[in-house]
Design a protein around this ligand. Sequence first.
Ligand SMILES: Nc1ncnc2c1ncn2[C@@H]1O[C@H](COP(=O)(O)OP(=O)(O)OP(=O)(O)O)[C@@H](O)[C@H]1O
Ligand SMILES: [Mg+2]
Length: 398
Amino acid sequence: MATEQGFPPELLTQSAQKRLDYFKAPDKTIMHGNPKLAYNQVLRAIREPAGASIILVMGPSPSGVGKTTLLRLVEKKIIEESLLQMELDPGWIPIVCVEAVAPGKDTFRWKDFYKRTLIAIDEPLIKEKISYSEDGIRRDSEGKLIVKSRATEDSLRLAMEQALSHRKPYTLAVDEFQDIGKMASQKVLEAHMDCIKSAVNTTKIPWTGFGTYQLVDFLELSPQLSRRTRIIHLPRYCLEQNEDIKEFKRVLKHLLCRMPLPETPPLVEKYWEYCYERSIGCIGTLKDWLIQALDLALEEGATTLSFSHLEQTAKLTSECIQMAKDAIEGEEKLTNTKDSQRQLRDLLNSKKQKVQEDQTNSGGNGKPQKDGGESQSQRRRRVGQRNPKRDPLASESL
Ligand SMILES: Nc1ncnc2c1ncn2[C@@H]1O[C@H](COP(=O)(O)OP(=O)(O)OP(=O)(O)O)[C@@H](O)[C@H]1O
Ligand SMILES: [Mg+2]
């Protein structure tokens, strides 16, 4: 099936490691369907945040839907299209990328985050250096940034804000954004959200957080933040969507064709459902699994990848069940279902009805009356009208 092979034929004569490395290469990304849609949405949102100070890109985890891959592609694209502008303005950086590193057993450490961001902004290639006056932050004789351990969290935050305001990137992109909320009580999480809000307010540089569906909880806790947030969903391929299934099969076929093996594995038509189930439709999980399966096939010196290679390297069903449950729960939160639309309409209508009732009760002057809108005449009972009192329940009426 030479026409289907998606790799340089000379690879077949090379070592198993070289062949595996070719398949593993992260730059061979497939940008169709969901990832492509999310990629375009993220680029548009970064170029034009339209008032949003935080852009959150969410997808399932730890099942690897390709969030980090998407971040890398977005970074690459933004830098590519900014090259000319960067030449004209050598002190400018179009995008700053950093990872929010999960603390072990502790809550998120901002000091560490500020330091990482500061270093990420301090591009060695940029000649125009920022000079910091904060204690513990200085430059050595070659201009390299040195951050001493005595630098406090406050001084690092100030320096980071100064650097961001100076370099003016389109965005500060933060991978694993949900780790900011790890091990945090509601109060601590609120304090974390305040840190982000204050940094965004001071610098006017929007943040783009890439992370899991846990990010929805952040927004529920911080309505103020939620108002200024734009959400972009990077979903897995869903079994109930015909388009998604077509796409999943295409991705699977593409990946199998890229395996440097003498025969392209003939597994799509017969085993795509098995592949779907054990990856729950996440391209990252599928790719990681296929890497292991290919490794096994190469080790055995097989001419192609068989179902047995897949089976031996598949995730356990119990793992997949948990992953699927988490993913479905997250998707439900981010999907406009008929129920949620009805709930919204009912909520807004109930407010409208209340205002109309108030207007009717107040004789149409539009102002609700004191005591919940009940007028004097309503309060005065007519002759023969019972005093309001509770009627006994059937069981009480002995
Ligand atoms: N669009 C894609 N095309 C091909 N390979 C992809 C694509 N997206 C992700 N991958 C591959 O899947 C694997 C996992 O991707 P990635 O690390 O981006 O997932 P993630 O969503 O960030 O995962 P996690 O939740 O663990 O952080 C990587 O090997 C990556 O190269
Ligand atoms: Mg990731």
